[in-house]
Design a protein around this ligand. Structure first.
Ligand SMILES: Cc1cc2nc3c(=O)[nH]c(=O)nc-3n(C[C@H](O)[C@H](O)[C@H](O)COP(=O)(O)OP(=O)(O)OC[C@H]3O[C@@H](n4cnc5c(N)ncnc54)[C@H](O)[C@@H]3O)c2cc1C
Length: 453
C-alpha cells in the first residue's frame, strides 16, 4: 500500500479533508504525511496555518509527539494507545515509516529476503493501527523545550509530551570518497538494507566479494549472514578476536577459528588505513600494507546515540545517550527518551560498561513509559538479559559483567565453552557461552544481577 503524499501546494495538514480517516466514528485521524514532493522538509516555508497543524485536524490538542518509528517509538505508541484510545499521537520519522524488526536485517541475506519481505506493515497501516498521524521522511531539526514545540524546517509543531526515540547512528573513522558511494555501505535500517541489496544485485548473480570492517555484534552477524547467503566475506577489525566486548579472548579465538573453518576470511588485529576506488573495485589498504579488493564494503564500526537534537536543546546528554531517570524522563520537563538514544539511569555510561541497546530493554522501557504517560508513574526495570549473537557458525550468548570481575572461570572443551565471571565474593556477575554451552543461558542468567534491578 502506498502512503498518500501531500502535493507541493498542499499545506502539511493532515485533517479529515486530506487524510484517510479510519471511519466516521473514529476518534482522531490516522494519516501519513510526507514533505511536499520535490521539496526538502527543512526548506519549506510555513504558512501560518502550519504553525498550528494539530488544531486543524481532529487531533486538536497538542498531544503526544514521538520522534522515531523504530522498535522503541512504535512500542511506546502502541502502549499509550492501548491505555488511552483518545490521546492525539503524532509520530515523526526521517525514514519511510514502514515497520520492520531491525534484528532481522542481519539474518536476511541467508534467506534471500528483500526489504519488502522484511517490512511487516506499511507506514499507512502503522498509522491506521495506532489511530495516529505519521509523518514520514520528515526530520526534526530542533526542539524548543520552553515553547514545547519542535522545529520541522520553518514549521512549528507543538507537543504536550515529547518522546525521543531517535535511535543510534552508525559512525566510522574513514573518509569515503564520492567515487565509492555505490560500493561502501552501513546497514542500520530498512532503507540501508534495500540499498545494500541493490548493490549486490548490480554486482551480478554470482557471489560478491564483501569486505566487512568491524567485528562487533553487527559486523559478525552480517559476516555470517552474507557468507551463508553465498558471498565471499572478509572480516577486518583491529581487535585480535571477534566480539571482543562480549567474549573473553579464549572464546573469541574459538569463534574466529569457526569463522575461518566455515569459509569467512579474517584479518584480525588489522586496521584499515585507506579505502579507494580502483576501476570497478573498492580497495582497502591495511596497516600491514596488504591491499584487498572488494565489490562492496560494509562498515560496521559501531553506533552512536543520536543525541545532537537533545544536546542542542540543552538536555543533559552523555556519549552513552540522552540521560534519563528510571521513569525515562530527561532533564527537561515533558520530554522523555527511550531505546538506543537513551542512557537510562547511567547504564552504559562507563567506557567499557554494558550496553542496553537491545530489544528487551527498549520493550521494558516502552511498557513503563506508556504507563507513566497515562497516569501510572512506573520505574523501568531491566533483568539479567543476555545478548544472543546470530552467528550460526558458532552460537554465542553473553551477558558482559557491569564491573571488572575478580576472575573468569572457563569450563567445557573444544567449541563448547562457558566463561563465567565471578566477583570477589564468588557471585556470578556475567558470562559468555559458545557452542553447546549456550544451553546454560537461562540458569546462568538467573544467577546474575539484573541490568537495572
Ligand atoms: C544489524 C542489527 C542487528 C541487531 N540484532 C539485534 C538482536 O538480535 N537482538 C536485540 O535485542 N537487538 C538487536 N539489535 C539492536 C536493536 O535492533 C536496536 O536496539 C533497536 O532496533 C533500536 O530501536 P530504536 O527504535 O531505539 O532506534 P531505531 O530503530 O534506530 O529508530 C530510530 C528512528 O528515529 C528516526 N529519527 C532519527 N533522527 C530523527 C530526526 N532528527 N527526525 C525524525 N526522525 C528521526 C529514524 O528515522 C527512525 O525512525 C540489532 C541492531 C542491528 C543494527
Amino acid at each position: 500500500m502506498t502512503a498518500p503524499v501531500t502535493g507541493p501546494e498542499a499545506a502539511p495538514v493532515t485533517g479529515p479533508e486530506t487524510a484517510p480517516v479510519t471511519g466516521p466514528d473514529a476518534i482522531g485521524s490516522s494519516s501519513v504525511t510526507a514533505p511536499p514532493a520535490g521539496a526538502a522538509s527543512s526548506c519549506r516555508v510555513a504558512a501560518p496555518a502550519d504553525t498550528t497543524e494539530a488544531s486543524t485536524s481532529s487531533n486538536a490538542a497538542p498531544g503526544l509527539v514521538v520522534v522515531g518509528t523504530g522498535m522503541a517509538g512504535l512500542a511506546l505508541a502502541r502502549g499509550v494507545r492501548a491505555r488511552d484510545p483518545e490521546r492525539p499521537i503524532t509520530l515523526i520519522t526521517a525514514d519511510s515509516g514502514d515497520e520492520y524488526a531491525k534484528p532481522l536485517l542481519s539474518s536476511a541475506f541467508t534467506k534471500g529476503q528483500t526489504a519488502a519481505d522484511l517490512s511487516t506493515r506499511s507506514a499507512l497501516e502503522v498509522a491506521e493501527a495506532l489511530d495516529a498521524r505519521l509523518r514520514i521522511h520528515t526530520r526534526v531539526d530542533a526542539i524548543d523545550p520552553a515553547a514545547r514545540c519542535l522545529h520541522l524546517g520553518a514549521e512549528r509543531l507543538p507537543y504536550a509530551q515529547l518522546v525521543l526515540a531517535s535511535g543510534a547512528a552508525p559512525y566510522h573513522p574513514f573518509t569515503v570518497s564520492a567515487a565509492l558511494a555505490d560500493r561502501v555501505f552501513q546497514i542500520n535500517d530498512l532503507d540501508d538494507y534495500r540499498r545494500f541489496r541493490a548493490a549486490l544485485t548490480r554486482h551480478g548473480p554470482g557471489p560478491a566479494r564483501v569486505a566487512i570492517i568491524g567485528a562487533g555484534l553487527v559486523g559478525c552477524e552480517y559476516a555470517n549472514d552474507l557468507h551463508a547467503g553465498g558471498h565471499r566475506v572478509t572480516l577486518i577489525a583491529p581487535e585480535a578476536t571477534p566480539l571482543a566486548r562480549l567474549l573473553p579472548t579464549r572464546l573469541g579465538e574459538v569463534l574466529a577459528a569457526a569463522f575461518a573453518r566455515g569459509g569467512i576470511t579474517t584479518r584480525l588485529a588489522r586496521e584499515v588505513i585507506s579505502l579507494e576506488a580502483v576501476s570497478d573495485d573498492a580497495v582497502l589498504t591495511l596497516d600491514d600494507g596488504e591491499r584487498l579488493g572488494a565489490d562492496v564494503v560494509l562498515i560496521a564500526t559501531g553506533l552512536r546515540p543520536r543525541t545532537a537534537l537533545a544536546d542542542a536543546a540543552g538536555l543533559a546528554v552523555s556519549p552513552a545517550g540522552i540521560l534519563t531517570d528510571r521513569y525515562l524522563a530527561t532533564s527537561a520537563p515533558g520530554i522523555y527518551a527511550l531505546g538506543d538514544v537513551a542512557c537510562v539511569d547511567g547504564l552504559g555510561a562507563a567506557e567499557h560498561g554494558v550496553s542496553a541497546r537491545y530489544v528487551q530493554p527498549l520493550q521494558a522501557s516502552a511498557r513503563a513509559l506508556a504507563a507513566t504517560l497515562t497516569g501510572t508513574p512506573t520505574e523501568v526495570i531491566y533483568g539479567a538479559w543476555p545478548v544472543v549473537a546470530k552467528t550460526p557458525l558458532l552460537p554465542v550468548v553473553a551477558l558482559p559483567p557491569a564491573e571488572s570481575p575478580a576472575h573468569w572461570r572457563v569450563e567445557g572443551e573444544g567449541e563448547d565453552l562457558a566463561a563465567i565471571a565471578d566477583n570477589a565474593a564468588g557471585k556470578v556477575i556475567g558470562f559468555a557461552l559458545i557452542g553447546r554451552c549456550v544451553r546454560r543461558k537461562v540458569a546462568l542468567a538467573r544467577a546474575a544481577p539484573a541490568l537495572l534491578g
